[in-house]
Design a protein around this ligand. Structure first.
Ligand code: SF4
Length: 344
């Protein structure tokens, strides 16, 4: 059954017209869905005959909440079930400038980053564009407020699910739908170089975030298997192309792991790698996960690292730790849920 959340308005219109219905009904149905009404029975201006037809031919693929946690800082972490029973996570963060959601783009992940719980069981499947939209609609209904920013940084590597992510970017941006501007969307990748070029050629104004986490190939290979495939030089060349094409500043994500990549020398080497690049560095105190030996850097080391970058003219901020009291790190909630379920 087709998911209406996977369709553009034009695609849905064509579907309705091919079934002998009036095209304008498509917009009426979408108005309800994007207002948060997902049950055809509750769509007041839709004739019963069309409601019946919709029930037989189209679903509205909103995921179901399995567990919901709210942190002391207001961050909400949702463990949700997709229609086939696969579990994914999304996190809703409340900032002064609006609500941000971090969505998942794959069930699991095959990239194998050593600091990440999402990858421990490999990738199970790609998430459809409609399922990505569904995460946002669900979150809006839970909050009773609009989501204004989206980060593709939950489980999965977005560029490993390229076509669905591109369709999602079209859908999320559409005026008839969620109408979230591209500048309010961040796509985070571990650095799949050919796909960065492909993304640059799409000429979008989203923010590209690169999970760098190390300044040398040798150090990077220790924590990110993708570094065996693409060197930092190749990533930086692809970033230069991206900046040139889009004129957008790139964010480099750098997880600080105690004793691995958080020394003063590491900070200086990172500063020299990024010299002259239109960028911003997001320093992330690594989330400790029980299956891995990585530990969080001390507050002093994090501050010193940030100061060194800034003294070299590199813009840097330390990401606020949100929801750390509720297992908010990528993949942790799903993993602990599956473990508990499997041991019962
Ligand atoms: S950090 Fe991202 S790319 Fe790396 S394993 Fe986790 S989900 Fe995949």
């Amino acid at each position: 059954m087709k998911d209406l959340l996977d369709l553009t308005l034009d695609e849905f219109k064509s579907e309705l017209i091919s079934q002998g219905e009036s095209g304008f009904r498509a917009k009426q149905v979408f108005d309800w869905i994007y207002k948060g009404v997902f049950d055809y029975n509750d769509m007041k201006n839709i004739p019963q005959a069309l409601k019946d037809k919709l029930k037989d031919g189209f679903k509205v693929g909103i995921p179901k909440v399995v567990e919901e946690y709210t942190s002391n800082d207001g961050t909400k972490k949702l463990l949700v079930s997709l229609e086939d029973g696969n579990l994914i996570e999304c996190v809703i963060m409340k900032y002064i400038h609006g609500n941000t959601i971090c969505i998942s783009t794959q069930v699991g992940c095959r990239m194998g980053c050593k600091f990440c719980a999402s990858t421990l069981g490999g990738v199970i499947r790609n998430i459809t564009s409609g399922e990505m939209i569904g995460q946002i609609l669900l979150a809006q209904n839970i909050l009773g407020e609009r989501i204004s920013n989206v980060v593709l940084m939950g489980s999965g590597e977005p560029l490993d699910n390229f076509d669905n992510v591109m369709k999602f970017l079209e859908l999320v941006n559409a005026e008839y739908g969620l109408n979230i501007g591209q500048r309010h969307i961040t796509l985070s990748t571990c650095g799949i170089v050919p796909k960065i070029y492909e993304l640059a050629d799409k000429d979008l104004s989203i923010t590209l975030a690169i999970s760098l986490h190390a300044f040398s190939d040798e150090k990077r290979r220790e924590i990110m298997p993708i570094a065996n495939k693409y060197s930092i030089k190749e990533i930086m060349d692809a970033c230069a192309y991206y900046i040139d094409k889009t004129n957008r500043r790139i964010t480099f994500e750098y997880s600080l792991v105690k004793g691995v990549n958080d020394s003063k020398e590491d900070a200086k080497a990172l500063a020299s790698l990024l010299r002259g690049v239109l960028c911003h560095v997001n320093l992330i105190p690594v989330n400790e996960i029980k299956e891995k030996e990585y530990r969080k850097s001390s507050k002093e080391d994090i501050k010193a690292f940030e100061a060194i970058l800034k003294s070299h003219g590199i813009e840097a901020t330390v990401r606020r730790e949100m929801g750390s009291d509720i297992n908010a790190a990528c993949g942790q909630l799903r993993r602990s849920y599956l473990e508990t379920r499997n041991s019962n």
